[in-house]
Design a protein around this ligand. Structure first.
Ligand code: DQA
Length: 147
């Protein structure tokens, strides 16, 4: 089973962003922790980050055929990225949405996600551990669908 782990705009500079919202762990460090969890779950993960909505869409279109599920932190695209939302729908893959911060306790514009209604679930506010829970959730969802 191969899971795509996608991060959107500005998540490449985690560690330098507001640590009270996003913590101090860098994206490569988070990816290492996800890889460790993936090994223990006996699945493979493929990482992608882009600051460009179109780049993420191109990646989803090219990687979908070799994947069973997606974990995505769309960054600010969460709140308005309708072409990214369409690409996720068109992938026909189960998607878990992850946010480091609790978007529901922040500015009004962050409280709405255009992604959440097409995802199997959303994890927000748990920091980098949300990605680990996202991986567990998508793998368990896929396993239960296969039974
Ligand atoms: C974020 C929340 C978004 O509102 C913000 O634009 C981000 C990160 C999070 O992980 O908490 O870039 O997705």
């Amino acid at each position: 089973m191969n899971i795509l782990v996608i991060n959107g705009p500005n998540l490449n500079i985690l560690g330098k962003r507001d640590s009270s919202q996003y913590g101090s762990v860098t994206l490569p460090e988070i990816e290492t922790k996800i890889s460790e969890k993936a090994r223990s779950l006996k699945v493979t993960v493929e990482f992608f980050q882009s600051n460009h909505e179109g780049g993420i869409i191109d990646y989803i279109q090219s990687a979908t055929s070799d994947a069973s599920g997606i974990i995505i932190n769309p960054g600010a695209l969460t709140h308005y990225g309708l072409s990214l939302r369409d690409a996720l729908v068109d992938s026909n893959l189960p998607v878990v949405e992850v946010h480091l911060s609790n978007i529901h306790g922040r500015e009004q514009f962050r409280r709405d996600s255009v992604m959440s209604s097409i995802c199997i679930g959303q994890i927000a506010g748990l920091g980098w551990k949300g990605y680990i829970q996202g991986l567990e959730s998508v793998v368990s969802h896929i396993n239960s669908q296969e039974q």
